[in-house]
Ligand binder design. Structure first.
Ligand code: ZN
Ligand code: ZN
Ligand code: ZN
Length: 218
């Protein structure tokens, strides 16, 4: 039996709607006996409690019932199983997924809307401050990602992309490196056209523009 000390949680935050990938460790539970996993917005996504390290209670807030549900699981289920799904007991709606990093990352990737679908929906075009520019920026990002030219200094090339009306936030789920790129003006679109590579800086603070652009022909 292999005991991993690290677990990942995939969960859409009931407060801000963001799809989270949070990593926590078994050791965080050793002293306090309760472990809280938070969304970046501050909302508590998951509370893990245990008295004896054999049985664990998992508390999650359910958006459907607007109340907290409690799931009870064994140490083996929580720490050794590839994945444990958290369900609403009343509606069967999936609330989240706990598992190893790779499985959780894959689940999140599947959950995200493919860029192509996103760009074709008119709703999303209205969402952007400057639809034309943002579409160009997103296409460029997709191209870079497809060619393996969008990656993080830590070696990870599975970069999360959060889209806002006038900007795109790139985030490395492995080391929390992040980078913001803007798509407001024609200059932004032109700048993006000339970029041949984007490297996120490892461990950069949220909101900090830690990244390197490499221009074509340079
Ligand atoms: Zn949140
Ligand atoms: Zn529920
Ligand atoms: Zn990274």
């Amino acid at each position: 039996m292999v005991i991993e000390t690290e677990r990942s949680l995939a969960m859409r935050c009931p407060a801000c709607g963001k799809l989270n990938h949070q990593v926590f460790s078994l050791f965080e539970l050793s002293g306090s006996r309760t472990l809280k996993v938070h969304c970046n917005c501050g909302f508590t996504l998951l509370v893990i409690g245990t008295r004896d390290h054999k049985k664990y209670t998992l508390q999650t807030f359910c958006v459907v019932c607007e109340m907290t549900h409690i799931t009870i699981c064994s140490a083996k289920e929580l720490w050794c199983q590839d994945q444990t799904e958290l369900f609403c007991p009343d509606t069967g709606v999936e609330l989240g997924l706990i598992g190893n990093r790779a499985i959780v990352r894959e689940a999140i990737r599947k959950e995200q809307t493919p860029l192509q679908v996103l760009l074709q929906s008119s709703e999303y075009n209205e969402f952007f401050e400057n639809g034309e520019v943002m579409t160009a920026v997103l296409h460029s990002l997709q191209d870079l990602a497809d060619q393996g030219r969008l990656y993080c200094q830590c070696g990870n090339a599975n970069i999360d992309i959060d889209i806002y009306p006038e900007r795109v936030e790139l985030h490395c789920p492995e080391c929390d490196g992040s980078l913001t790129v803007y798509g407001r003006t024609l200059e932004d679109a032109h700048l993006f056209n000339s970029i041949s590579q984007i490297e996120l800086m490892k461990d950069s603070l949220p909101g900090a523009d830690g990244g390197k652009f490499k221009k074509r022909n340079s």
